[in-house]
Design a protein. Structure first.
Length: 242
């Protein structure tokens, strides 16, 4: 039978947790559901595309696949976790399909997709009975999703490079925008016309900007720069793409 007695959690719980039996199966499935539910709640409260039920289903299915592989290998003597491998492939496909591209050339759902994939792997680990690895991985994942966005936002907002979605009231105003950017101590690295807005009456662009002025780098964040630019008469709308 499958034996993971070297796991510290098994040493604490007792030898029964290291083998496949009714109680260890319930524990593993319970851990998979609990961990994924907490992660799913964190994603759902931020109104991401994949929420509570999606995370639970992915993790639960992964745990079941791992448990089934362990059972089949124990009675057949096999060594290949076929269902677990298939589960990883299926999760990867679901994650890829959850990534969207908006009309503003903005990728959406990338973090949620990666979190969903990681949650599926944690479900596999739970099903395999590596309790300590599953618990530590869960703590790291919830920390990354809950606490690191603030750090990431701070670093992004202080970067010398940023990308904006720009809507101008007229195409002829683009030259005025370029001139203003240069006067403020910045430079434009690339401008791409957004064809999704053809016929809207607006001239829409995706613009990559670099901050070259030392004073601007020191005292101004991206949000402050964009707020100042938004006051220009010929700019209908401007926002940073993250």
């Amino acid at each position: 039978m499958h034996n993971i007695l070297s796991d510290p959690a098994v040493a604490f719980l007792g030898p029964w947790a290291g083998y496949l039996n009714v109680y260890s199966i319930l524990l593993r499935l319970g851990m998979a559901v609990l961990f994924s539910a907490i992660i799913g709640c964190e994603r759902a409260k931020k109104r991401h595309s994949a929420g509570l039920r999606t995370f639970i289903l992915i993790s639960l299915a992964s745990a079941i696949a791992a448990l089934t592989d362990l059972f089949l290998m124990s009675i057949t003597g096999g060594t290949l976790p076929v269902l677990s491998a298939a589960a990883v492939i299926a999760i990867s496909m679901i994650c890829v399909n959850s990534i969207l591209f908006s009309s503003r050339s903005k990728i959406k759902g990338l973090t949620t997709s990666a979190g969903l994939w990681a949650c599926g792997i944690i479900g596999l680990v739970c099903g395999a009975g590596f309790y300590t690895v599953a618990a530590v991985s869960f703590l790291f994942l919830i920390f990354i999703l809950s606490w690191l966005p603030a750090v990431e936002l701070y670093l992004t907002n202080r970067s010398n490079h940023f990308e904006v979605h720009l809507e101008l009231t007229s195409r002829i105003s683009l030259q005025d925008f370029v001139t203003t950017i240069r006067r403020l101590g910045m430079q434009i690295d690339d401008i791409e016309s957004n064809t999704a807005y053809i016929g809207s009456g607006l001239s829409v662009y995706t613009v990559m900007i670099s901050i070259s002025s030392k004073e601007l780098k020191k005292y101004k964040t991206h949000s402050q720069i964009i707020q100042a630019l938004s006051t220009l008469d010929y700019i209908y709308h401007i926002e940073e793409l993250r």
